[in-house]
Write a protein that binds this ligand. Structure first.
Ligand code: ARG
Length: 604
């Protein structure tokens, strides 16, 4: 309903302007036009509402209901408004409830039924603005030789969904995996590697580090306890940075090993992402310092080079610095992110020419990104009309509210967590099959439980307001009732079954007769028409949980419709009208689940 909403807003603005001009108050327009029309607070009130008369009453010093009356008269004279609206009514102290004409809604629903994007508009490629339509989503980004943990899983799931939404809208999306593949920890890892496998180093690939995380722990233990090992590790960092071939090979080996483990998870979850680790920006780090120096932004503090951040203080109320070059001359996480931000906005060949960068990490990095963004702005590395967003999310907790752990108290490995979800989904499915006395092939069982299990994990994550912590519960996420993936998948299966059951062939473009009378039909129509507004709001605010909430409501609305009105038993014309609504619901569900990275099923 986005187009209708925009048109309505435009016309209301015109009438508001007319009213203000008549009363000699034109100067108030800019403030009053903000949120002039909003969604109705309750469905039964109408499609939209307008509360401006309450503000006008203070300006005109008149009773708000009288003003509403006058304003409605003015609106009724506007031909475009009367074409769209069935009624404009005063409510309460002076609100205006807006109801759209049936035919306006029906025309819109007809066009969405015929649109394979369920009514989601493509962005207009505005060539004149000179701005690219490239969006970079920086997500997942685990660290080499370390565990990919549930925080990375959240980032992966949320980042993938955000990328999909931008892709659907027609943006060019660059999905970047900013893996932690550089830093002083490599000194100790390579030293350990050389100690254990000195002869094999030249032949990368021969060596199998079966458990990289254990390997990391072992090296760290030696680093902390053996001074000779520590010394060699420090020397190794210098060697690596100067490009020593043996050290580089060892580093590559470690990266390859980790990559294999990460890729397994990505493959399982069907995640597309391009690896461009921290090391990629090494050649650009020095110039970050040089340019900040030139701009006179850098300050030396206790030997380190840093920028003191405006409006950010530590616990003692002292200004917070962003350290960009350490006392020993080394660069750090922030230096790399500054080099990255500059590279990503720069034009090729040394840049990506992005117009928006979205970073998906846990909330713990909020200060880091606020600092990096502030410094990048000061250095004028974020071009005009370009945008950076940090998309923070909360922690994943066990049902006890504590850190997610295995029963034995170990941290859970992602691989095991995903396998467990699929295993439980299979258990549920087998029970259902037995109850229903149904026989299905091994292949069906494996595929269905994989889709339900992985879908449930993804959906549980996405349906939370990402800013709060969320409690991970297999039982909840796999339940067929409630705001869960299985519930949505089941509703879709139900719809697909309606047509299958009847073996009824019809052409969805068959609109000779469209007749909607039943209350639950109208509820479904209105809900379906909200889809585009939801997507556009996510594009702006990056909250995929809004899509989940919408889908949950859509499914509930559909299921009520299905319980209350007959479909297949109706005469031909009504049957077609209703089947068209079923079709659009199915299409919206399928497309949305795709946007959430969840595969769908024909049967389950
Ligand atoms: N590797 C980091 C971590 O595991 C996340 C990197 C996020 N991206 C970035 N550009 N800093 O916490």
């Amino acid at each position: 309903m986005l187009i209708i909403f925009k048109e309505l807003t435009k016309q209301f603005e015109q009438s508001l302007l007319d009213s203000l001009e008549k009363n000699d108050k034109k100067g108030e327009f800019e403030i009053l036009r903000k949120n002039l029309i909003t969604q109705s607070s309750k469905e039964e009130f109408g499609d939209y509402q307008c509360n401006v008369c309450l503000s006008l009453s203070k300006i005109y010093k008149k009773n708000p209901r009288d003003i509403s009356n006058d304003f409605i008269n003015l609106l009724n004279k506007n031909i475009s408004i009367s074409k769209l609206c069935k009624s404009l009514e005063i409510a309460g102290p002076g609100f205006i409830n807006i109801k759209l004409k049936d035919e306006v809604l029906i025309n819109e629903i007809k066009s969405n039924i015929q649109c394979n994007r369920a009514g989601i508009p493509l962005i207009r490629k505005d060539l004149d603005s000179g701005l690219s339509n490239k969006v970079i989503v920086d997500f997942s980004s685990p660290n080499i030789a370390k565990e990919m943990h549930v925080g990375h899983l959240r980032s992966t799931i949320i980042g993938d969904s955000i990328s999909r939404i931008f892709e659907l809208r027609g943006y060019e999306v660059l999905r970047l995996n900013h893996v932690g593949d550089w830093g002083t920890q490599f000194g100790m890892l390579i030293t350990q590697l050389k100690d254990l496998y000195s002869n094999d180093l030249e032949e990368i690939g021969k060596i199998k580090i079966s458990d990289l995380v254990e390997f990391y722990k072992e090296s760290k233990k030696r680093f902390d306890n053996e001074s000779e090992f520590q010394k060699r590790s420090r020397e190794e960092v210098v060697k690596l940075q100067s490009g020593d071939i043996k050290s580089i090979n060892a580093w590559k080996l470690l990266c390859d090993q980790s990559r294999k483990e990460f890729d397994e998870i990505y493959k399982n979850l069907k995640i597309k992402i391009e690896e461009r680790g921290e090391s990629f920006y090494n050649p650009f780090l020095k110039s970050v310092i040089d340019d900040l120096n030139l701009e006179k932004i850098l300050v030396e503090d206790q030997g380190a080079k840093c920028v003191f951040l405006d409006g950010m203080t530590n616990k003692e109320g002292k200004p917070l610095p962003l350290i960009i070059q350490k006392k020993d001359g080394g660069f750090n996480y922030a230096t790399t992110d500054l080099a990255a931000i500059r590279y990503r906005f720069n034009k090729p060949p040394n840049g990506d020419d992005a117009s928006r960068i979205i970073y998906v990490t846990d909330h713990g990095q909020a200060n880091h990104f606020a600092g990096v963004f502030q410094v990048a702005k000061k250095a004028k590395w974020i071009p005009e009309n370009c945008q950076v967003d940090h998309v923070p999310f909360g922690l994943v907790q066990g049902i006890d509210g504590k850190k997610l752990k295995t029963r034995e108290g170990e941290t859970i490995r992602l691989k095991d967590l995903l396998n467990e979800a699929v295993r439980r989904a299979k258990e549920d499915l087998l029970k259902r099959l037995e109850d229903e006395d149904r026989y299905e092939t091994e292949e069906f069982i494996a595929n269905t439980s994989r889709i339900i299990g992985l879908g449930a994990v993804k959906y549980a994550d996405l349906s939370q307001n990402r800013i709060t912590n969320y409690q991970f519960s297999f039982d909840k996420m796999l339940s067929l009732n409630g705001n869960t993936a299985p519930y949505l998948l089941y509703t879709l299966v139900r719809i697909l079954g309606i047509k299958r059951k009847n073996n009824f062939v019809y052409d969805s473009k068959d609109f000779q007769y469209v007749n909607y009378e039943h209350k639950s039909e109208w509820k479904l129509i209105r809900k379906l028409l909200k889809f585009d507004e939801v997507i556009i709001s996510i594009e702006k605010d990056l909250m995929p949980n809004r899509l989940c909430n919408y889908l949950f409501e859509l499914c509930q609305t559909f299921n009520r419709f299905y319980d209350q009105v007959p479909i297949l038993k109706e005469e031909q014309n009504i049957k077609i009208s209703r089947l068209n609504l079923c079709d659009l619901t199915a299409k919206t569900l399928k497309l949305s689940l795709e946007l959430l990275g969840i595969e769908t099923l024909e049967r389950m």
